[in-house]
Design a binder for this molecule. Structure first.
Ligand code: ATP
Ligand code: PH2
Length: 173
């Protein structure tokens, strides 16, 4: 089984329901076990800043899918929620990014892992580190070290809901 960390973000429509639906779709796949879901964080938009705040979570899954299959699953979830690609870093009903796939470094035309911008994004690092009690491996240790230097409030990341409802959806409660 492969250990995979995903980042999920949304800033359109019913944001919490969007997160719930995305996790439900992942859980519905026989090849995916949802091990941990972070609390929900409200985060100021990064990149293109003239848009609504996001809700962000990180999810740890175990899966037999390869990394390229996992990318397809993420894109399938996005399309099931009706995501329309408008412009880079623009508003979105849902966005699933693969942060880490085991300890692998992957670089293909369609997939780069670790996610190339994850280490500069507090909205990724805060939920990610929350669900990794011991940062095992170089990549998580780096995420942990960078986060220690960040001022989360200044970065616009605040706890929105330590969501029991979402936590109920993970296999370890
Ligand atoms: N680790 C990754 N996770 C998800 N998509 C990736 C990854 N690496 C490369 N991609 C590619 O990035 C493409 C664009 O993704 P997307 O439109 O979600 O970008 P974005 O979310 O707007 O920006 P960002 O990549 O900065 O998060 C996808 O079609 C996918 O092939
Ligand atoms: N706060 C926040 N900002 C973003 C996000 C996101 O999920 N949260 N996703 C982006 C593209 O991946 C660009 N900017």
């Amino acid at each position: 089984m492969n250990d995979v960390y995903l980042s999920i973000g949304t800033n359109m429509g019913e944001r919490f329901e969007n997160l719930q639906y995305a996790v439900t779709l992942l859980k519905g796949k026989e090849e995916i076990e949802v091990v941990h879901i972070s609390s929900v964080y409200e985060t100021a938009a990064v990149g293109y800043t003239d848009q609504a705040d996001f809700l962000n979570i990180a999810v740890h899954i175990k899966t037999s899918y390869s990394s390229s299959e996992m990318l397809k699953i993420c894109q399938w979830v996005e399309s099931e929620l009706g995501r329309v690609r408008e412009f880079r870093w623009g508003p979105r009903i849902i966005d699933l990014d693969i942060l880490l796939y085991n300890h692998e470094n992957i670089e293909t035309e369609s997939l780069i892992v670790p996610h190339p911008r994850m280490y500069e994004r507090a909205f990724v690092l805060v939920p990610l580190i929350e669900i990794t009690s011991a940062p095992v491996g170089k990549q998580l240790q780096r995420a942990h070290d960078i986060l220690q230097q960040m001022d989360c409030e200044e970065e616009g990341v605040t706890l929105w809901q330590a969501s029991a409802e979402l936590k109920m959806m993970q296999s370890v409660h």
